[in-house]
Design a protein around this ligand. Sequence first.
Ligand code: BGC
Length: 766
Amino acid sequence: MCWTITETDQYDQAAIDRLGNKFLVGNGYFGYRGTLEEYTKEQKTATIVSGIYDRVGDLWREPVNAPNGGYVQVSVEGQPLNVLSGNVKCHSQSLDYAHSVHHRRTAFETASGNMVLIIARRFASLAHPHLLCIEYTLQACRECEIFIQTGIDGDVWDLNGPHLERMAPSTAGGVICLSASTHERGIPVAVCERTLLPGGEETIFQGEKRILREVRARINWTHPYIFYKFVSIHTGVDSTAPLEEGIALCNRAAAEGFEKLYQEHCRLWERRWQECDIQIKGDEEAQQALRFSMYHLLAIAPTHADTVSIPARGLSGQVYKGAIFWDTEIFMLPFFNHAFPAISRNLLMYRYHTLDGARRKAAEYGYRGAFYAWESQDTGDDACTLFNVTDVFTNRPLRTYFRDKQVHISADVAYAFWQYYIASGDESIFLDGGAEVIFECARFFLSALYYSPERDRYELLDVTGPDEYHERVHNNAYTNLMAAHTFETCLKVRDLLLARYPAQAQALIARLGFARDLAAIESALKKIYLPGPAKTQPVIPQFDGYFALEDVALPDLLKRKLHPHEYLGAGSGLATTTQIIKQADVILAMFLFSERYTKQEKAANWEYYEPRTEHGSSLSACSYSLIAAQIGKVDWAYRYFMKTATIDLTGEGKQYVGPLYIGGTHPAGNGGAWMAAVLGLCGIRCASDMIHIEPRLPEHWSEVNLPLAYRGQRLNLRLTQSEVEVQAAEPLTRGVEIELGGAVYRLPESGALTLSYLPEQVGQSA
Ligand code: BGC
């Protein structure tokens, strides 16, 4: 099986944008777009550093794109070798996603008929989070002189910049540097570069926003010219002396040498794959798409800090303000929970570190507790604006209520803490801040409830659920269910802490003044309205009055559009008065609360909502895959799995909302691919006491092998069309129980168990 993806002769603007995302390399600290070395800001080169944001004037606050230390321009016979200026004989770009290494190979024909070949490879070191390494090779058919310019280009691509000011080039021994500070807070940013250029007399060119080395050399076919670039990226967010640390890192890297660093980097990536790789036998396409999805999650996963999380477009650019949405908690966390629980913990701790921002937002809206930002950045204050979409017809900003009304975000955060605990058994997360987050989220919902005296129940009015096309609705089923779950989680965590860590529990409750709220939460939980399937109406109304909206078919609604990018929601969007929804809403709730609903109820809801869902968000497909698998619609489960798993392979996702460019990678879609494969088609559901397995493998999947981290134990699972084998990957430290087809089995001391099943027998209990 090949672990490399290659594209040839792709360099029109659309392809440049697409490959920039697709071929991104990253190590969680920074992402480096899959552009070519000679590209500049017009081709969207970017080094997006996690956790540093900046705002210019009243434009959107967004992540900082650091100066590009990977810049190289070679000229021969006075002509720059640049794929954009023509004379390309053949060109390919590829990504070795087993190791996160980008390769390019381009042959140029010069004016005199000589052939010059460029071969380059680069990686964002997994061992050294601040280091980018590049190897650049030149070869020519006939001997010729080459002129190389390489260094740091500070004239970067920004959506709402420029963010970097007081740019200062400098040199320190063999290292060249470009330092700057951010506009809003004056945070220092330093990019340094040490290049090993063989032979040639090197001169340094210092421009306003760039510092380059220039060298001339002679090359031919038997004497290729090879040089190495070691680039460091530091900011004041994570370093006390960014420039000095950068210089030292470049020198250390140069002393180690490219090959050693490359080997070390590859070993670390291989170790990662050992812990998470899933092998699907019988389906090369699905295999590649799933691995590629996991690659994109791994390349942006923070292993270096617990103060940052994963933005909705990863580290592929500044789209969506580099903000963290519920995408991370609901769609990415399951993968990390079962492959790299330590990364999950980092992601969750980010929510603890931003709790004060959530408290400020709750207070701003007159609530108590924690109302998490819809678009969260470094402080936890909401980056989401009140006018978040621009009307394509009038070019005026539209009032949207994402920020004000998507209260489910606080429940999503609480849900994620609990899921992490279920998967890992790690109670310390509650003591380290998780309990405080959950308590404050529960307190928020307590203050948001409305008591209806006629119905003697608590309701949540004037909210927006996951389906953003219907804003300001009452009793969105997803939101009410999630709020109730937050209350339940709050009480379970209280009980757990009081039983196991009574002194700490009591101190926390006293510090938060939470005792009275706990009593109120207990009684609210008994009376919160949970819209559910009724005998006469098995379909759950997405919100009060949903069924009374116009029931138009999706293709007919789309025919009403006057502009390809017009927004279907907000005040008067086409979908707002209809039953057409943007993304999975009830269907997602049915997955998150799988045990609550029967198969018949799930089937009725899937059949109803599936044709009414536009999938205007990349978060949508996986939920339809998951429920399709649970109701035995394996062909649909597969179709939606492939839709989510190929999103960054094809690059065909939605690129615009109104006139706004929203392209980039789709980590939630990538996480959704893992969920659809493992939790859906393989049918794995981890509870605190056992693992339930209900395989629904597509017919052509003859075997799936997957590792699973479960409550501190690493397991390997093998599923075929008739067997499930569970094997402990390390000596058993705890009892593990497996439920299959209604029977419960215990993993024996030997650590291996093989069970047979008939596909029609599993799932009888649901
Ligand atoms: C979706 C949200 C999502 C956001 C970021 C929006 O289009 O509707 O649910 O959180 O994109 O991915």
